[in-house]
Write a protein that binds this ligand. Structure first.
Ligand code: ZN
Ligand code: ZN
Length: 390
């Protein structure tokens, strides 16, 4: 048995898949390209399949099954199960149980299966190449998926499905079009290897490179370039704090084809119950981080008494807004319960309840807006601190 000092034994199938296949790709794809060449339809199909695989992992495995950020029609689930198997990243059940452990124990070297704290290489693909204890199969956190017939079916027939999607399909296309080797190399191999590494970036680079606008409690980062490469999963700092939101790129302009796909599926009636984190909570996280940074800046600023007073005042306003928001939420919940219990009472009372609910919603929106404005003021304060420092 191959065993490096102190390291667990190698996982031979994974070494063949994640080291052997990229090596063959690196040599064979350009060699065939120079010797014979590829047709444009082969490139187009390779890119199309790349997106179908990638989006099935991000919108399917990740947001639907791992985080239950929305509910999907069985037809859509079947689509994700097939194209997700084609991504060759294990069955949904295995993938989801690993990923839920990653969120629960993020950065913990013993419990997070791809802990970024163990290094860039480990979190990218090293974690799959050896039999690490942190990566032992354990479905105790995925009981819900063991009740999902499509997930169970995919898990049972995973080897057949992934072989069919990765080798069978390109082979059939190549046979039909008269270029089996070219199709296997481009639509089969190159597409697979590229998709592997861009998806692995989410566990590696998205925990190293980028900004932390929402939280610095863990290593996750937001990064526009990674979002572009990873079908929208590069807003990973947002995702780690608000994992149940069906979006990772929460702003309308942030590149997140997975959220657009889920939105389009809702429009087609294939997805429903899309979860969104309330805007206030998002603003609260952003402002919380800003206060942290402002406090650090202030500590390094000499003779800044007026700035300190202003910051303390802003912090007090922030605490008041958060308190007010919490009590409004509680009031809203009580009213909803009251409304249900009194469903048989007169119509007039229900209308009044509805009006009061709308008033609470308006107050909540106003509070969200006040935090947005406060962020601008704190930004200005930080600029002033910078000016004092210089
Ligand atoms: Zn992560
Ligand atoms: Zn996640």
């Amino acid at each position: 048995m191959t065993q490096t000092q102190g390291k667990p034994p190698l996982e031979p199938i994974n070494v063949a898949l994640f080291v052997g296949l990229p090596l063959i790709t690196l040599i064979a794809v350009p060699a065939w390209g120079f010797a014979v060449g590829y047709a444009s339809w082969q490139w187009l199909l390779a890119v199309l399949f790349l997106y179908l695989n990638g989006l099935s992992i991000t919108a399917g495995y990740h947001r639907l099954w791992a985080h239950r950020a929305y509910r999907a029609h069985p037809g859509l689930k079947l689509f994700f199960a097939l194209w997700g198997a084609g991504a060759l990243q294990n069955s949904t059940l295995v993938w989801v149980s690993d990923h839920r452990r990653h969120h629960r124990h993020v950065d913990d070297a013993d419990l997070d299966p791809y802990a970024a704290s163990r290094g860039l290489w480990f979190s990218h693909m090293g974690w799959m190449l050896r039999r690490y204890k942190s990566n032992e199969e354990d479905f105790s956190n995925a009981g819900d998926l063991q009740q999902d017939p499509i997930v169970v079916w995919q898990h049972r027939h995973y080897v057949l499905l992934t072989t069919g999607m990765n080798a069978g399909l390109p082979l059939a296309i190549g046979w039909w079009a008269g270029d089996i080797i070219g199709s296997l190399l481009l639509i089969g191999l190159l597409r697979l290897v590229v998709n592997h590494h861009v998806t692995f970036f989410i566990n590696s680079l998205a925990h190293y490179w980028g900004s932390q606008p929402y939280s610095d409690e863990n290593s996750s980062r937001d990064n526009h370039l990674l979002a572009f490469l990873t079908y929208g999963e590069g807003y990973h700092n947002f995702h780690h704090i608000f994992q149940s939101d069906y979006r990772n790129g929460v702003r309308w302009y942030q590149w997140d084809p997975s959220k657009w796909l889920i939105g389009a599926c809702r429009w087609l009636g294939l997805a429903h119950d899309l979860k969104r984190i309330p805007g206030f909570k998002i603003q609260r996280a952003l402002l919380g981080m800003q206060f942290k940074q402002a406090q650090m800046k202030l500590d390094n600023t000499a003779a800044a008494e007026p700035l300190r007073t202003s910051l303390e005042h802003e912090l007090q306003l922030f605490a008041e807004s958060v308190g007010r928001w919490k009590s409004l939420q509680a009031e809203r919940y009580e009213r909803t319960v009251g409304e249900l219990e009194g469903a048989l009472e007169e119509r007039k009372r229900l209308l009044r309840e509805k009006w009061q609910q709308a008033a609470i919603r308006t107050h909540l929106k106003e509070l969200e807006y006040s935090l947005r404005m406060q962020r601008k003021r704190v930004q200005l304060l930080m600029l002033q601190m910078q000016a004092v420092q210089m």
